[in-house]
Structure formats: C-alpha cells, structure tokens
Design a binder for this molecule. Structure first.
Ligand code: AMP
Ligand code: GLY
Length: 430
C-alpha cells in the first residue's frame, strides 16, 4: 500500500472513482463527502462528512489523513478553490485550480478563451451583462439562440430556443437572470462526450460516451443531471466518424495548450461536450471533471488503477501506455426518485437488485437502519458491462427493472432502437 489519495465528493461518479482508485490495492482512499455515500464509505480507510465547498475543512482532513494526492469529483469545490488550498498545503491535485476551472465555471470565459486563441468548434456567441440588452438581442435575432447563464447552475440553467422555449419565452427567461449571460447560436446534431486525462500538457482520451439528459423515454420531459449513458467496444460512437473524433480531440488539445499559454496549466480530467453537426463537432461546453454518469462508463473498464493515472497527472508524466480500457460495451442506467427532477419523492425505501455483469454505484441515497432510502437527486446507477451493447443493455435493464421502490429509470438507454435513431438523425443532418 503506497499512495494515499483524497477523494472529494459523494455521488455515483465518486463511487466509481473510489472503486477505480482502490482497484488494485496499491492506494489507500480517504473520502471527504457532503453526506455518507455507503459505497464510498466501504472502500475508504478514512472518511469525513463536511462541506465540500469549504476549502479549509477539506484541507484539514487531507492533512490529518496525510494524503499524497487529491482528486475532486464535482465542480463546486473546484470553483471554491479547494485545489488551490490543497496545493498550497503541499498536496498536489488531479484537478484544475480555480483559475483553470473557469473553463467550466464561467461560460463567458470559456467562449472568450476559445475565440481569443482561434480554437475550432466555437459557436457564434455574445456575452451580455445587461439582461434587457440580451432580451433585445433575442428579439432582433432571426435564428434560434441558446440562453446560458455564465455561472454554474447544476446543469439546469440553459434554455434552447425552438426546443424548450420560443422567442418570447427566451426573452422572458433572460430577464429573470442576474450576472453575465451568454447567447449563442443553436447547434443541431447529435451530442457526445469526450473525457480525457490531462497532465498540464499531454492529454490521454477515454472512450466516447453518449449521455441522456431528458427525464423520460424518447428524449422527452425536463432536463436532468443525466439519466444514463453508453459506450461501445471500439470506444467510438457510430455517428461520430474518425475525422469528427480527430477534430474533437484536437479542440481539447488546443484548449489545454491555450490555458498553459495563459499561465493556468490544466491538470485533471477534461470533459468535452460536443454537438456533432453537419460541419463536424462543435463545443457545447467543457467541464473540469468527469461527467456524472459518464465516469461510470469509462472507469469500470479501465485496465489499470486510477491511482497510477492520478500520479501521472500530478507528476506531469502521463502517457497513453499507462491508461488502458477494455474493448467492451457499457450501459449505465440511473434509478431516480418518482417525480425527479421537479418534485422528487425523497425518504422512500429502495432495494437494488444485484445482477450478473452489472456494477451498482450508490449516488444520492441514504442508508438508514440497514436499508437504502431515496433523497432528492439521482439514487443509484447500474452499469452493464459486456462484449456487445445488447448484452450490456440487457444486464443493466434487468437489474434496474427488478429493483424495488418508488423510483423510475429510462428503459431506452443503450438499446439498438435508440442507437439506430441517433445514427439516422446524423445521416439526415449530413
Ligand atoms: P450545458 O449546460 O452548456 O451543457 O447545456 C445543457 C444542454 O443544453 C446541452 O447538453 C445541450 O443539449 C443544450 N445546449 C447547450 N448549448 C447548446 C447549443 N449551442 N446548441 C444547442 N443545444 C445546446
Ligand atoms: N453528464 C453531464 C455532466 O456531468 O455534466
């Protein structure tokens, strides 16, 4: 047992991170969590419940635990400066400093940075500080726009004209916002996620993943944090060509180079959300961390421990040789409380069904008197892992549908039908 690694976060993503860190027994885990995640708690040698966005609390625990390195699951602690304070205390992090994390935490910074460095894939956009000017701009525009508050909104702040709101609705919405707002052109296409490990200069990609943001089957209902996701044995997606993939990777490399040039070298996990359009991949957004659920697709099939990759990130000697992924398909399905996301039923017992070839990750769930109960966000995730997408989907679906409680999930995620729909949509666009 060599390294000691501090993990900050308490959701499904962090449960998958905890498992990937401790997988080969070479690293010990210390977990700092907003609430006790039973899955993480079982894997950790030391735990503390505290405020994830209080850098002092996180540092005190990290120092007491004698952590060698730290990794941060969610974005809020990055914005709060947790990495900055840990590094000041001599604990290097596989996560960006507050300044580098602005790539995610400030959408105006992200677009301006892409524009200033001439990075491909940036949609046409404008930043407004005055809501009535933004509303006037929407009123005058000919085409559909997307309204984005510049700061973090937990994935719930964006409104897409022509999809979620009409022009009048977009104008009314923008008037309710305070702070800077980004208005940008509406991109049409298929979305995909590219996550990569970054050591300040080098970038090592993980398999492509597609997430499903809408609550209900057939991509209907309100936007959520993500209801589930899948990946393919060849680590690509059928509606993303090799040329598209190469362009997306190149955009991410250019961003890493630009941040280094601006004096904020990026270390950690870089998450690119792309819209594959008629003209190739365009950037929807960057995140400064793994995606949730997308972490659960790539981490369980890593053929090496995440602990070694964390060491490579912080020591600046990451290489593709140190990062492997099994040639298998994965399908992740989240169980969420009835009524999620608008009026979730919390406090309800939930009984996950075990299954062959399925991982169970705990998310926003409470263990009480030996039983699990829902809280207000996503409850549990099942990840089917198999040689083909069909088998992975069947495994995840069997476990999700045999589980008990006042929860629901999307049966269509990872099915051949849905994939065929995606591919047909892409063909129609091109
Ligand atoms: P974000 O918080 O930036 O990831 O946006 C949330 C969701 O809004 C994305 O996953 C997309 O589905 C959608 N979206 C964001 N920006 C655009 C855009 N420029 N065009 C079309 N859809 C977008
Ligand atoms: N799945 C989208 C996100 O983690 O932001």
């Amino acid at each position: 047992m060599g390294m000691k690694i501090l993990l900050v976060g308490s959701g499904g993503r962090e449960h998958a991170m905890a498992e990937a860190i401790t997988r080969d027994g070479e690293a010990a885990l210390s977990a700092f969590m907003a609430r006790r995640n039973p899955g993480i708690a079982r894997l950790a040698k030391g735990t503390r419940i505290g405020k994830e966005t209080d850098p002092g609390q996180v540092r005190d625990f990290a120092v007491a635990e004698k952590a060698d390195y730290a990794i941060i699951g969610p974005e809020a602690p990055l914005e709060a400066g947790v990495v900055d304070i840990l590094e000041e205390s001599g604990i290097p992090c596989a996560g960006p400093t507050r300044a580098a994390a602005r790539l995610e935490t400030d959408k105006a910074f992200c677009r301006d940075m892409m524009a200033a460095h001439g990075i491909a894939g940036c949609p046409r956009y404008r930043v407004f500080r005055d809501p009535s000017e933004a509303a006037a701009f929407i009123g005058d525009s000919e085409s559909d726009l997307v309204v984005k508050p510049a700061g973090l909104t937990g994935g719930k702040g964006v409104r897409v004209m022509g999809e979620q709101v009409d022009r009048a609705g977009a104008m009314a919405y923008v008037r309710t916002l305070s702070g800077s707002v980004v208005l940008e052109e509406r991109l049409l296409g298929e979305e995909f996620t590219l996550q990569a490990f970054v050591d300040g200069t080098r970038l090592v990609p993980a398999p492509l993943v597609q997430d499903h943001k809408r609550a209900f089957e057939g991509d209907t209902g309100p936007n959520t944090g993500g209801m589930g996701s899948y990946s393919m044995p060849d680590h690509r997606l059928p509606f993303v060509s090799e040329a598209d993939y190469g362009k997306a990777l190149r955009i991410m490399e250019d961003v890493v180079r630009a941040l280094a040039r601006e004096g904020h070298p990026y270390r950690g996990i870089l998450y690119g959300q792309f819209m594959n359009t008629r003209d190739g991949p365009r950037v929807v957004e960057f995140n400064a961390r793994f995606g949730d659920p997308e972490a659960m697709n790539v981490l369980p099939i890593m053929t090496n421990s995440l602990a070694g990759v964390i060491a490579g990130i912080v020591e600046g000697n990451l290489s593709a040789k140190k990062v492997g992924f099994g040639k298998v398909a994965t399908v992740c399905k989240y169980l969420v409380p009835e009524g999620y996301p608008d009026s979730p039923r919390s406090g309800e017992p939930v009984t996950p069904a075990p299954g062959n070839g399925v991982r169970l990750y705990y998310a926003n769930v409470e263990e009480r008197g030996g039983a699990l109960h829902t809280l207000t966000s996503r409850t549990l995730a099942f990840v089917g892992i198999a040689g083909t997408l069909e088998e992975a989907e069947a495994a995840a679906e069997a476990a999700a549908s045999s589980s008990g409680g006042r929860v629901y999930h999307r049966r269509d995620i990872g099915t051949r039908d849905l994939l065929a729909k995606r591919t047909a949509h892409m063909e129609a666009i091109r």
